[in-house]
Design a protein around this ligand. Structure first.
Ligand code: 3PG
Ligand code: MG
Length: 391
């Protein structure tokens, strides 16, 4: 069965509901990294040009369902998108009740994750969404690994369900890049979403020659190596699993290196004082917020030796300058590497933008978790549903 592509569907005058991944970082009501918005524009422009009535859905962050929370509103995205498109992009609340939109016009629906049932892929919610449209376009590659009402159930019930150009393009490009990667292959997996990623590491460690962990994930490995982590974000339940992964890597002749030095602070804030410590010197009231300079130098050497580099997730809290040096150093090593580099994920793209290395990365994906799962060889649930609805 083959997936229907949006570019092959007649959209003129049709009600077209597009699921994008506009989950971008926002600070003080402004979008701070707009790569995902930029990546979504060609799809929207194509639909508008065809004379479609365009409705866009996305999530932002992980709000509590059933509760409006201004912090997770898509208003900053609507503002930036109207500037980029050069036409108004009104943000609609309570859109499940119906959306009025003219041909050639676009409406952004407020955060899908405010709707009860979104996360558990509620079929009734999917049906409600499907009723809004003639054509559903799944274009959110970054959320294609989630089976949720706006990525999965809606596609089951929509009259037509197809893949948008961004999703289709990512699948093709990543498929090619990861088909026969040159060795040694290195994966750098960081970020704060610990448990969702630790499971990914298991299968990744079998595919790649080397694995560098960072962020909250690294803290679990630091604890597994027997060092104190103080008040740091980590997962005690997964320490045994982390130990097992490290031993398995060793027995295969590779390693998951544990930082030898870290950057600590007494509190998580922009004004916190950053102190470099040896990994065995972390105190009870310390928070580990970055890797130290010795560790960045070691990791940079590993990066330089790799022929294929896959990067998802910063290794420290790079949004705060004094905890961004580790991520900055690794990004410099990636930029100067002669290997093929693939980077993806909301925070990773933001770091790449911040350090200005965008043109030095071989391929940038809008997906983070999604591209790691793709790399694992897993079928992405949203893509599986499009296949089911294909021809
Ligand atoms: C991401 O940023 O990784 C995607 O937008 C998915 O978000 P989620 O991990 O909250 O589902
Ligand atoms: Mg993610």
């Amino acid at each position: 069965m083959s997936i229907i592509k949006m570019v092959d569907v007649d959209l003129k005058g049709k009600r077209v509901l597009i699921r994008q991944d506009l989950n971008v970082p926002v600070k003080d009501g402004k979008v701070t990294s707009e790569t995902r918005i930029q990546a979504s524009l060609p799809t929207i422009q194509h639909a508008l040009k065809q004379g479609a009535r365009v409705m866009i859905m996305s999530h932002l962050g992980r709000p509590t369902e059933g509760q409006y929370d201004a912090q997770y509103s898509l208003q900053p995205v609507a503002d930036r998108m109207s500037e980029l498109l050069g036409q108004p992009v009104p943000l609609q609340q309570n859109w499940l009740d119906g959306i009025e939109v003219d041909a050639g016009k676009v409406v952004l629906c407020e955060n899908v994750r405010f709707n009860p049932g979104e996360k558990k892929n509620d079929p009734q919610l999917g049906q409600q969404m499907a009723q809004l449209c003639d054509v559903f376009v799944m274009d959110a590659f970054g959320t294609a690994h989630r089976a949720q009402a706006s990525t999965h159930a809606v596609a089951e019930f929509a009259p037509i369900a197809c893949a948008g150009p961004l999703l289709a393009g990512e699948l093709e490009a990543l498929g090619k890049a990861l088909d026969n990667p040159e060795k040694p292959m290195l994966a750098i997996v960081g970020g704060s979403k610990v448990s969702t990623k630790l499971t990914v590491l298991e299968s990744l460690s079998k595919i790649v020659d080397q694995l560098i962990v960072g962020g909250g994930i690294a803290n679990t490995f630091i604890a597994a190596a027997g060092y104190p982590v103080g008040k740091s974000l980590y997962e005690p339940d997964l320490v045994t699993e982390a130990k097992r992964l490290m031993e398995a890597a060793k027995s295969q002749g590779s390693e998951i290196p544990v930082p030898t030095d870290v950057v600590c602070a007494k509190q998580f804030s922009e004004s916190a004082v950053a102190t470099v410590k040896k990994v065995n010197e972390v105190e009870d009231d310390d928070l580990i917020l970055d890797i130290g300079p010795e560790t960045s130098a070691h990791f940079s050497t590993i990066i330089n030796a790799a022929k294929t580099i896959v990067w998802n997730g910063p290794v420290g809290v790079f949004e705060i300058e004094q905890f961004g040096h580790g991520t900055h150093e690794l990004s410099k090593a990636i930029a100067t590497s002669t290997g093929f580099s693939i980077a993806g994920g909301g925070d990773t793209l933001a770091a790449i933008e911040l350090y200005g290395i965008g043109n030095k990365v071989s391929y940038m994906s809008t997906g983070g978790g999604a591209f790691l799962e793709f790399l694992e060889g897993k079928q992405l649930p949203a893509v599986a549903m499009l296949e089911q609805r294909g021809t």
